[in-house]
Design a protein around this ligand. Structure first.
Ligand code: ADP
Ligand code: MG
Length: 140
């Protein structure tokens, strides 16, 4: 599906809506440049799952775990990874093959370590349509 959003809130709301179909073990890969809106999408997704805590960007922590929603929510930002081995170092498989939902920012960094059944979300800007325009393409 292709969606278009005109501001951060619309991306947040899209994440919230798409979380309704999330099932245990689902892995969502969020691709897009810095500032594309991956974290905004993830924050809406978390709210849709019923996460009550504030969801912050895990850029410095790599992984944030949120329990208490409809499903456990595992929010990764692996921007700082050099390669997939670092995922093993943090025990990533426990989450990737767990019963919660994973959302991964910068999945290309660990693409050779991801299972095949992932759901992809690609966020791109189109500056000709304004600074806040985003095109959000999903393969589900
Ligand atoms: P990323 O995690 O991809 O680096 P963030 O979600 O942290 O991106 O930041 C996106 C930034 O872009 C925020 O400052 C947000 O307010 C802004 N923004 C402007 N328009 C949009 C939009 N349509 N969707 C999402 N974010 C937007
Ligand atoms: Mg981010």
């Amino acid at each position: 599906m292709i969606y278009e959003t005109k501001n951060r809130n619309e991306t947040f709301e899209l994440g919230k809506k798409l979380s309704e179909d999330a099932s245990p073990g689902d892995i969502y890969c969020l691709s897009g440049d810095l500032g594309a809106g991956k974290t905004a999408f993830a924050q809406g997704f978390a709210e849709g799952l019923g996460v009550k805590e504030d969801v912050t960007s895990p850029t410095f922590t790599i992984l944030c775990v949120y329990e208490g929603g409809r499903l456990p929510f595992y929010h990764f930002d692996v921007y700082r990874f050099e390669d997939s081995f670092e995922l093993e170092d943090i025990g990533g498989d426990e989450y990737l093959y767990g019963d919660g939902v994973c959302l991964i920012e910068w999945p290309e960094k660990i693409k050779d370590h991801l299972p095949e059944n992932i759901k992809n979300v690609v966020i791109t800007k189109d500056i000709t349509k304004g600074g806040d325009f985003r095109r959000i393409e999903t393969d589900f």
